[in-house]
Design a protein around this ligand. Structure first.
Ligand code: GDP
Ligand code: MN
Length: 381
């Protein structure tokens, strides 16, 4: 789960990281009022769950409350990489002397948290990472020892941070690491961490991603989920207990089990197609779950064919077939469907599907057959 910038920064502040004293607003009148009260130039910032807002025109400076209102009118409702801006953060504008990058993430390769800093922070950090990775100083953190002061000093030295800022940098780096671990985050990032006109460090932007599997022990963080800002399909899927990730292909995949779902996606590619989604409907495959999953798959206009790949282990295939047929009573599907059912009671399951005699549904015996048929059907549709 990703947090908005303002949510991340408020969280950072709880860990002693200095942030601008900003307020969130949903309309331009509120922006005007906040700007007036601040009596200071402000920066209006789109709050959307994606990066690169600055380059997309979603971050604008205003010198007067009237200008703040105009910028808010322009930013609210704006589309940034498919996300509609519904709220903005109004921060007192900062006098930026330098932009530093500071972030903690999970490095899967070494199975350790990784803290990174760069003097080349700001909107081009991805490019820096690609073109001059040596400008990013990296320290792996032993999770049992935690972030050590010498590591923070190594970062400060590496980014050539002026000595008089090292003490502040220590507090910020320690706070960020603690915030990352105590929130079960997979990412906690400040970009930019600025040196302001008064020679102090300030976290001007913030980003956090929380491990969904740990949210159960962070009710305060779970509450921050902004369902209005995420794709409707993801909200529906989560509420129905389905693991769903939307992709760009044309074959809607309905599979039980995450490993099988990934294998199914690979197979569609092997035969020249591409998956429209990852979807694990979990054990069982009860009619209501299948129906919800079908609705989610069909709501994607790119989908040209649906591929069911179900392995009946503890769940019997005849039960699954009944689930699929019941779901089809509920949701009408005009696209071609390919069904592969294997495992416990597969004959009974296939027979049920055949007897139902659904004109746009074909059976397949192997995963290869199923994937090939789905790709052919999608190309014909
Ligand atoms: P992002 O593009 O989504 O990462 O949004 P940021 O919050 O990082 O803002 C993008 C850029 O806008 C920053 O790197 C700064 O250069 C600039 N910016 C953001 N806030 C301020 C501010 O208060 N004052 C000034 N002068 N520039 C700002
Ligand atoms: Mn940023």
């Amino acid at each position: 789960m990703d947090l908005h910038e303002y949510q991340s920064k408020y969280r950072f502040a709880e860990y002693g990281i200095p942030i601008p004293e900003g307020t969130v607003a949903h309309d331009s009148q509120a922006v005007y009022d906040i700007a007036k009260k601040l009596c200071h130039p402000v920066v209006i910032k789109a709050q959307v769950l994606t990066g690169g807002r600055g380059k997309a025109g979603g971050v604008r400076l205003a010198h007067t409350p009237d200008e703040a209102r105009q910028h808010a009118d322009a930013i609210l409702g704006m589309d940034i990489k498919g996300h509609t801006v519904q709220k903005v953060l109004v921060d007192p504008a900062s006098d930026i002397q330098a932009e530093i990058y500071l972030g903690v993430t999970n490095d899967r390769a070494t199975r350790m948290p990784l803290i990174m800093a760069s003097a080349a922070g700001g909107v081009d950090i991805e490019e820096v990472n690609r073109e001059s990775p040596e400008k990013i100083i990296r320290e792996h953190v032993n999770p049992f020892l935690g972030l050590r002061d010498y590591q923070i000093r190594h970062l400060a030295y590496g980014i050539e941070l002026p000595r008089d800022l090292w003490k502040q940098f220590m507090i910020i780096a320690r706070g960020l690491y603690r915030c990352y671990t105590e929130s079960d985050a997979t990412l906690a990032e400040i970009n930019p961490l600025i040196i302001d006109g008064g020679g102090n460090l300030l976290a001007v932007d913030g980003k956090m991603s929380i491990d969904d599997n740990a949210l159960f022990r962070h009710p305060d963080l779970a509450e921050l989920r902004d369902t209005s800002a995420e794709p409707a399909a993801e909200t529906q899927a989560r509420e129905a207990g389905l693991s769903y990730v939307k992709l760009d292909g044309e074959i809607g995949c309905m599979v039980n089990g995450a490993g099988l779902a990934m294998a199914t996606m690979d197979m569609t590619k092997l035969f020249g197609g591409s998956p429209a989604n990852f979807l694990d409907i979990g054990g069982g495959a009860q009619a209501d779950k299948v129906a919800t999953a079908l609705r989610i798959i069909l709501a994607d206009p790119n989908v040209k064919a649906v591929l069911f790949n179900i392995f009946g282990g503890i769940t019997r295939c005849d039960e699954v077939a009944k689930g699929i047929l019941a779901a089809l009573n509920d949701v009408s599907v005009s696209l071609p469907m390919v069904v592969r059912l294997v495992g416990t009671n597969e004959e009974a399951g296939r027979q049920l599907i055949e007897e139902a005699n659904i004109p746009n549904m074909i059976g397949a015996a192997t995963l290869a057959d199923a994937a090939r048929s789905a790709v052919t059907a999608a190309q014909g549709a």
